[in-house]
Design a binder for this molecule. Structure first.
Ligand SMILES: Nc1nc2c(ncn2[C@@H]2O[C@H](COP(=O)(O)OP(=O)(O)OP(=O)(O)O)[C@@H](O)[C@H]2O)c(=O)[nH]1
Ligand SMILES: Nc1nc2c(ncn2[C@@H]2O[C@H](COP(=O)(O)OP(=O)(O)OP(=O)(O)O)[C@@H](O)[C@H]2O)c(=O)[nH]1
Length: 437
């Protein structure tokens, strides 16, 4: 379940972002009007010959107060700490530079697999010049051209060949994976400690599973296994790069990708900030089950409508999370923390439901009868039938006469009908309109 992570590193201007974009292909074409981290991306999913992985362009994590050669060292450190395979990018145009040598030295001392890409090899003549790159001591240099899209087959073959054994990376299917995300200081670590510290929780070693050192497995007394993914980054404390925003966003994205359910933590004391919206939006886009935790509830003076008003604010500012339950908690007083595992269970269970086609289509016909499909420029949308094609998140293909006639608001209407009729509470639902000939 954890996709292998590939880090792209190299000195400025060698073409890292060009190569990043080539590797992730058209995945940057993200639907507009959706919240989340869409621009200026340094982390994305990719696929090669049926193998899924994630890529990070460490060149995008910059440190204003560091001189260049120090900045590159930190980028290399991030790659070594996080990635399964590192792609070091150089350029045939300039040959080996001092900075290349420094980065190569750091990589040699790590025991991470490195694939060496010699970029800007735009034509066959330039291929003769790549041999000097053996001098970096990182194995065979592979010629690529980011701008012309050359050499990527061999490059990705070499990357994929270095992936760790899949069996070692997967948690068992019935283990519920969740993570806590939120901006610095909202209380993620305190929540983690308070949840794990509960008497009803037994920290288990998940025998037989090689678990990621940054994850915390535990079991509740009813025997349900959980893995808290990337335990709020607490084990990386002390690294220079820990506090930079791009790094923490990347880290959160990766934790979200690996989880079934995401606990989005807000701070009651400071209220909602713009920064909260970015990663919450990503969790929604990734189709995860979402629970909103309002932490530090102990700091708030309560009057009759305090909770209701706060809830209205959340609903207003996070409209796309209309399905997510909200829980007001305190890591300090432990208020309502005991509800969290139950809620995580419920979200997980709901997202994994599979609905019988006959029932689904009964609900669909009722929905169509109560609110007929709209028409657009004289053409009316006809909806024929629906079928559930996936769980976790629940995904439905709806067959129609012309998918272009499916308006967002009608899609939302069907989504809500399905949600209410089948207890798909707390989870995004995906609806894919498809033409039936
Ligand atoms: N000739 C040639 N130019 C390339 C190739 N790939 C990238 N470039 C150019 O090299 C320059 C740098 O490319 P980027 O992808 O921005 O390089 P980068 O390593 O991400 O740079 P930083 O953001 O400074 O770290 C741009 O002008 C690209 O158009 C290539 O394969 N051939
Ligand atoms: N009053 C009150 N304070 C809290 C609560 N939870 C956390 N805090 C305090 O908030 C501060 C930040 O808590 P952390 O748990 O370190 O927050 P974090 O989100 O892990 O922070 P980063 O590691 O910086 O991302 C600490 O001083 C905590 O003691 C709470 O429920 N009530």
């Amino acid at each position: 379940m954890a996709n292998p992570l590939v880090a792209i590193i190299g000195r400025p201007n060698v073409g890292k972002s060009t190569i990043f974009n080539r590797i992730i292909g058209d995945r940057l074409a993200i639907v507009q009007d959706e919240p989340g981290v869409t621009r200026d991306r340094i982390y994305a999913d990719a696929e090669w010959l049926g193998k899924d992985f994630s890529v990070i362009d460490t060149g995008g994590i910059t440190f204003d107060d560091l001189p260049l050669h120090e900045e590159i060292k930190v980028q290399a450190e991030i790659a070594i700490d996080e990635a399964d395979v590192i792609v070091m990018v150089t350029s045939v145009k300039e040959g080996i530079t001092d900075l290349d040598d420094q980065v190569a030295l750091i990589l040699q001392q790590s025991n991470k697999p490195v694939v060496l890409a010699v970029n800007k090899t735009d034509n066959p003549e330039l291929r003769n010049e790549i041999y000097e790159f053996y001098g970096l001591g990182l194995g065979d240099p592979l010629p690529v051209s980011g701008s012309h899209g050359l050499g990527f087959g061999d490059l990705l073959d070499a990357v994929v060949a270095n992936f760790p054994n899949e069996a070692n990376m997967a948690y068992d299917q019935d283990i519920i994976k969740f993570c806590l995300i939120g901006r610095p200081n909202v209380g993620k670590s305190s929540l983690v400690n308070a949840i794990i510290g509960e008497d009803r929780v037994i920290v288990s070693e998940l025998e037989g599973t090689t678990r990621d050192a940054i994850d915390t497995p535990f079991m509740t007394q009813d025997g349900q296994d959980y893995v808290m993914i990337d335990t709020a980054g607490i084990r990386r404390r002390g690294k220079v790069y820990e506090k930079t925003e791009k790094y923490s966003v990347m880290r959160a994205q990766r934790a979200i990708d690996r989880s079934d359910v995401v606990l989005c933590v807000l701070d009651a004391e400071t209220g909602i900030r713009d920064q909260d919206k970015k990663v919450f939006g990503y969790a929604h886009q990734a189709g995860k089950g979402i629970i909103i935790l309002v932490n530090k509830w102990d700091t708030i003076k309560k009057e009759t409508n305090t909770m209701r008003d706060f809830e209205l604010q959340i609903r207003d500012q996070f409209r796309y999370l209309h399905y997510a339950p909200i829980l007001f908690v305190s890591a300090k007083t432990k208020q309502r923390l005991e509800v969290i595992p139950e809620l995580v269970d419920r979200v997980y269970y709901n997202r994994n439901q599979r609905v019988k086609s006959s029932l689904l289509n009964d609900v669909l016909s009722d929905a169509l009868a109560s609110n007929p499909a709209p028409s657009k420029s004289g053409k009316r949308l006809k909806v024929f039938y629906a079928t559930q094609v996936a769980t976790n998140p629940p995904t439905f293909v709806v067959f129609v006469n012309d998918p272009d006639l499916m308006h967002f608001s009608y899609e939302r209407f069907l989504e809500n009908r399905f949600r209410e009729s089948f207890d798909f509470y707390d989870t995004p639902i995906q609806i894919i309109p498809r033409a039936r000939k």
